[in-house]
Design a binder for this molecule. Structure first.
Ligand SMILES: [Zn+2]
Length: 384
């Protein structure tokens, strides 16, 4: 069993493993605030909107809508979401994901300055906190549902793991791996940073485990860390139907939120097929859009998503962020995270010059990215 150093980008913004000097995050944050405000107040974003209008759709994503970071997953404060929507509805037209997909399917141009809202995982605060805010602005969103969580109320496993490490009264965790003959792994939990490091180490290990093994580890950790995670944070099937009635759309995000590219192909297939069947059975959705948990995908999995009857999928790290008929297709859609910050940050990121500067800076890496080619056959896929 390999508890090697994490190479996966965590779901939170935490800079991990090699702690930076304490003042660095503060200096970075102050610089970020100053640059962002300067960009907006100097009129650069107004100029950006006029000179470089978005000739397509920007798809945004968020997770929780709450003013905390339960399970090390920061929520977006409802008041900031409200501010951001005020900005978006003033300068963009918020459309439904299905409207955007119809443009691709019927080869009609994507509306200019369009925006689509999505939330991943299916947290209950999407109904209790986000829905009223979106209703005030007269817009809707799409929620990508982890169907196992909708069924049993449990947090998606990365947040469940985070919850255990965040709340444990234990000063350290000793993991004995009897079957490997390796010495016990000792993880100190005496500081906030140590808890996060321990959590990320265990998480990295669990991303590579099949569902049953992962679940048995989580049960064992729950006992050893003496914490019982909550079961009232996720949208139930009834809650999801309520969102449907309110005009929201629902998509697929697997059964148990695995890193699909890291587990056996057949298990990944089961996660996708079962999730689609759950959405059909409980919500009557035939061809839902699909979203890869943690952005973990391969071109083969993307082609599998198409062959299993999903309507679309997001391509993590695509070469574009404004989706048009020319640069994208329903299985190569790019998304942008809603910042957990006041609207001024969204404005600077969306319409300011910083992304262009960043793109030029990272050009060699960015230029290697292409939309996934769906024409190639699946390497491991049995005929169907
Ligand atoms: Zn997710």
């Amino acid at each position: 069993m390999n508890f090697s150093r994490s190479t996966v980008r965590p779901l939170t913004r935490f800079p991990f493993d090699r702690p930076l000097p304490r003042f660095v995050p503060f200096v970075k944050e102050i610089l970020r605030i100053l640059i962002t405000r300067a960009v907006v107040h100097s009129g650069l974003t107004t100029l950006g909107r006029r000179l470089f209008p978005k000739r397509g759709a920007v798809i945004f994503y968020g997770h929780r809508v709450a003013a905390d970071d339960e399970g090390y997953l920061e929520g977006l404060r409802p008041e900031w979401l409200d501010d951001q929507l005020a900005y978006l509805t003033r300068h963009y037209e918020i459309i439904r994901l299905s409207d955007l997909l119809r443009c691709f399917e019927e080869r009609r141009p994507v509306p200019e300055r369009a925006a689509v809202l999505t939330f991943d995982d299916g947290f209950r605060d999407n109904l209790t906190r986000a829905l009223p805010v979106l209703q005030r602005h007269g817009v809707t969103a799409t929620v990508f549902v982890v169907t196992g969580c909708a069924a049993n109320g449990a947090l998606p496993w990365p947040q469940r793991l985070g919850w255990l490490f965040q709340r444990t009264p234990r000063p350290e965790l000793v993991i004995r791996l009897e079957e490997t003959g390796l010495p016990p792994l000792e993880l100190p939990l005496n500081t906030t940073a140590a808890r996060r490091r321990a959590c990320l180490k265990v998480k990295e290990f669990l991303t590579r485990q099949p569902r049953a093994v992962r679940e048995s580890w989580l049960a064992r950790l729950s006992r050893e860390l003496e914490v019982e995670p909550p079961r009232d944070r996720m949208l139930s099937w009834k809650d999801l139907r309520e969102l449907q009635v309110a005009g929201w759309e629902l998509g697929a995000h697997t059964v148990s939120h695995p890193w699909l590219a890291r587990i056996p192909f057949e298990e990944a297939r089961w996660e996708m097929e079962r999730c689609r069947a759950d959405l059909r059975e409980h919500l009557g959705i035939e061809h839902p859009p699909f979203c890869f948990p943690a952005g973990s995908f391969t071109p083969e999995l993307m082609r599998l998503a198409k062959s299993l009857g999903f309507r679309s999928a997001f391509q993590p790290n695509p070469p574009h962020r404004v989706n048009t008929l020319e640069n994208s297709h329903p299985f190569a859609l790019g998304r942008l995270g809603l910042p957990n910050a006041p609207a001024v940050y969204l404005e600077a990121e969306l319409d300011g010059p910083l992304p262009v500067v960043r793109r030029l800076w990272r050009r060699p890496e960015a230029s290697g990215r292409r939309p996934v080619d769906l024409s190639l056959p699946l390497p491991h896929s049995p005929s169907r």
